[in-house]
Ligand binder design. Structure first.
Ligand code: GLU
Length: 465
């Protein structure tokens, strides 16, 4: 049985690096029919917030990653940690250290003056004397004095740390609260983790955690330390690149499956395949195939994937999702044609909503540059004349009906298409670009098309005056 977990510290929003780690753990557990657990690492009360926990759960919900059982909160487990600290003290595997901060600072300075790496010197390790008065001791664990700590990382290979690089580190502070590396090791062991997949910023915590596992007689999981995601120019991923809140992607109009597909490919690959459905990820993902070097965040790729998933979504689903962006099409009579057109053109739901609004709503204003470009020469006259043609025409329903009308007009007036195409665009949607004119007119209908053209003509009259 494979058991994995995601263990965020709720100090802020869930960012995409975190979501990728969660996804890797999720996929590996589910692929093996195992369990995926969520543990909220909220021991540092001063840095944690309930909102951050809520935001993490909300992001999980959005992407549809389910975890087994209830989330485990470390803040509920202080008694448990305490009991394991007492056990190590009783067994002589940990000890009270009464060294004051001043003494520790002095030691550090001496060591640095001798060009040694600062480390605790073990002075209370075998202490049997009378403890100094008025000092609340910390608890330190007995780290091995010689040899090496060796473990096999599933991504980075064999990691070897000399014992003298790890000192007797603190497992409980003087106020009794347990430290990070201690609680992570205790929890991972008690929660039955078989595989720990996490960011490689934790690589050098692992030897310390191994010391805790060994002192408590726990079985070690397999470790996989995932290289980080780099932003533009190979720099650390910044807020601008996308280190921001996962929920910002929802607000920007991304589909969760596009984001997950994007993330699985950041550091993991299978041949040159780019598109992975959840089923395919579940079939093929193996943390042993994660790349040992850092991956690069590529916003264009995310847009490309999102466009793919939008194109392949049902209109029903898109109509529901677009409601969050202020577009209500569920019972709109032009729903199918609108969505068929825009799902082919748009890279995000937000873009789609904006473009659909442009079509459905009479323009409130006109793009200045477009006006200047489109309304040159005899444009007003032509638009006027097209308006009359439109008024007289009958039996206009399909986009092709409107196309034919425009084409005939172009031919009869002996003009280039742009001469009427551009003014018409500005009249209908307020700018140049946008979807096919025939599509637009067929969606809004003859009356509304006439209304919009007249509105622009009126505007031209007023601004000319
Ligand atoms: N709580 C840690 C973090 O958010 C992760 C610990 C772990 O995965 O072992 O970085």
């Amino acid at each position: 049985m494979v058991v994995t977990r995601f263990a965020p510290s709720p100090t802020g929003f869930l960012h995409i690096g975190g979501l990728r780690t969660a996804l890797f753990n999720y996929l590996w557990a589910r692929r093996n029919g195992g369990e995926f657990k969520l543990r909220i690492e909220d021991t540092d009360q001063s840095r944690n917030s309930a909102e951050a926990t809520k935001a993490i759960l909300e992001a999980f919900d959005w992407v549809g990653m389910d975890y087994d059982g209830d989330p485990v909160y470390q803040s509920d487990r202080f008694d448990l940690y305490r009991s394991y600290i007492m056990k190590l003290l009783d067994e002589g595997k940990a000890y009270y250290c009464y060294m004051s901060k001043e003494e520790l600072d002095a030691l550090r300075e001496e060591q640095m003056a001798r060009k040694e790496r600062p480390r605790y010197d073990g002075r209370y390790r075998d202490f049997t004397g009378k403890p100094p008065e008025g000092v609340e001791p910390v608890v330190r664990i007995k780290a091995p004095l010689e040899g090496e700590i060796v473990f096999e990382d599933g991504i980075k290979g064999t990691i070897t740390i000399r014992a003298d690089e790890v000192d007797d580190f603190i497992i409980a502070r003087s106020d009794g609260t347990p430290t990070y590396n201690f609680v992570v090791a205790v929890d991972d062991a008690l929660m039955g983790m078989t595989d720990v997949i996490r960011g490689d910023d934790h690589l050098y915590n692992t030897p310390k955690q191994i010391i805790v596992y060994e002192a408590l007689g726990f079985k070690l999981p397999r470790f996989y330390h995932v290289p980080m995601i780099l932003g533009e120019g190979g720099k650390k991923l910044s807020k601008r690149d996308g280190a921001a809140d996962v929920m910002d992607y929802k607000r920007a109009g991304f589909l969760p499956e596009a984001l997950l597909n994007f993330l699985v490919r950041l550091g993991w690959s299978r041949g040159d395949q780019e598109i992975f459905t959840m089923e395919e990820m579940l079939e093929h993902f193996d943390p042993a195939d994660i790349n040992a070097s850092a991956s690069q965040y590529n916003p264009d790729k995310l847009l490309w994937l999102n466009a793919h998933y939008i194109k392949n979504s049902s209109n029903e689903r898109l109509a529901k999702l677009l409601e969050e962006f202020g577009v209500y099409l569920l019972s709109h009579d032009k729903r199918e044609i609108l969505l068929d057109i825009f799902k082919e053109r748009c890279k995000t739901l937000k873009e789609m909503a904006n473009q659909i609004k442009e079509v459905l709503e009479t323009p409130k204003e006109y793009d200045k540059k477009a006006l200047k470009k489109a309304m040159k020469g005899n444009a007003v006259e032509l638009l006027n004349s097209f308006c009359n043609t439109l008024k007289e025409a009958e039996g206009l329903h399909l986009p092709t009906d409107y196309h034919a009308l425009v084409e005939r007009f172009v031919k009869d007036s002996e003009i280039g298409f742009g001469k009427i195409g551009m003014p018409l665009r500005v009249a209908l949607i307020g700018r140049l670009g946008g979807p096919d004119l025939g599509d637009v007119m067929s969606i809004i209908g003859k009356e509304e098309s006439i209304g919009r053209i007249e509105k622009l003509l009126q505007y031209m009259k007023e601004t000319d005056a």
